[in-house]
Design a protein around this ligand. Sequence first.
Ligand code: NAP
Length: 522
Amino acid sequence: MNTTTLERITPFVNEPIKDFKNPTDAAAMEAALAAVKRTFGKAYPLIVNGEAIETEKKIRSIDPAHPSEVIGIVSSASRETAMRAIDVAAHTFESWRKTPADERASYLFKAAALLRERRFHYDALLVYEVGKSWVEADADMAEAIDFLEFYAREALRYAGPQPITPVAGERNEMVYIPLGVGAVIPPWNFACAIMVGMASAAIVTGNTVVLKPSSDSAVIAAWFVDLMHEVGLPKGVLNFIPGSGSEIGDPIVAHPKVRFISFTGSKETGLHINELAAKTAPGQKWIKRVVAEMGGKDSIVVAGDADVDAAVEAVAVSAFGFQGQKCSACSRAIVDASIYDAFVAKLVARVGMITVGDPADPKNYMGPVVNEAALKSISEYIEIGKKEGRLVAGGKRVGSEGFFLEPTVIADVDPAARISQEEIFGPVLAVIKARDYEHAMEIANNTEFGLTGSVYTTDEQKIERAREDFFVGNLYFNRKSTGALVGVHPFGGFNMSGTDSKAGGRDYLLLFLQAKSMSRKL
Ligand code: NAP
């Protein structure tokens, strides 16, 4: 990219989400679903140093709506191959770190353009591989495109001159340089967006990457790795090593040549990685940097003066969009006693309108949960919830083929109950009665997490109180707790929700960089 091209880079704007009421977009989506279905069962190799490697051991990525359908058969890296991929990444780092920032950014711009062209195919794959509705899938893709566009621009900003106080007799500068080899370990729930965001941020800042995707969404990661090579990313910069986290995760994290780990997933895995990464392996020359974005137990507080209808709508959408499998999903509605009964009645009516079924059919709002283990664990929480509160909606499995659950609401839950404290990561909402706003704030802060939260109120003083005391990384007023936009709502949580990396924010790329200060006597 030359200077003229750089000058033509427009300010970042968010990618719009498709309106599937538009018949052209709906028809394109139907065609993409049919086309992607024809690729089912395809084999996807590992990619190390740009070379495709087939292994005997495979990950079968299935459609959670029809578990007998195999979306793709992905080669699974052995420990040895994973170690080789790290060696390749370490070797490639020596050239990649010297590649100009504008060239690195150009690969992200080109990738964003190609993703836009192939948007409906990626949408369709998300519908099949993780059970997203059309709209949820498209929002995931819009976010992936946003991350590429935003981080490309951010990398150019960090590559530019940094402000330094002048001093007589010296020429001083501070530059940001990359760290080295990064292990990028994303979750399955924003199967494209988070995977793309974490990998592209590492690459564009001059690091090389071993990408270990979630075993539940390895095919979309394989598509993205192919696309990055298609736009010309040099071999060895992005190495693709799918495999079971419990088998190859530890050796990757512990490897002495891994300089940083960029992780998003559960609290348990994040804490384990953090602990392991803190141990120094023989031959290791640095303290590893760990960025760990973890779980949530997010609340919407509904004050006595709130617009109850608006609050009901926001709670329903935040709790049951993508089956409650967002880290930002509302899993607790904390409602002022004065409006509690009216709120619960309206919520039950609203939840009764939610359609559950195959997400390939756009009339269904909720699809399946991601896999059988999730179905089991969420069902166990529903049983616990039935004892801890009053089941007022849902509670049952839907059908027997896919992993479908009804949207479930449990009212009259004690703030200390397990379903009020533990991350369920499914379509289960606890409704908690608060004596007053003070009590509601107290309950809102009573978990070990601190990711998102929302408050419904018309009272400025209550808003001010929450601004000061509601301890979450992303706080919203009079809107849902989900749907953070890149650049607009930098995202990341406090406490056991992680390291507050603020993905999609101006500080994010610093996590992949270190600063070098240079001074020359004149
Ligand atoms: P997970 O089970 O912790 O897995 C996350 C990733 O870690 C997967 O790629 C997994 O691989 C890998 N992994 C498992 N064990 C490992 C080990 N010992 N070493 C290295 N990697 C290992 O989480 P998930 O079920 O995919 O995602 C859901 C969780 O993510 C929820 O808790 C949600 O709140 C959280 N989340 C947080 C944010 C945020 O921004 N804070 C955003 C999205 C999701 P395998 O798939 O092969 O096991």
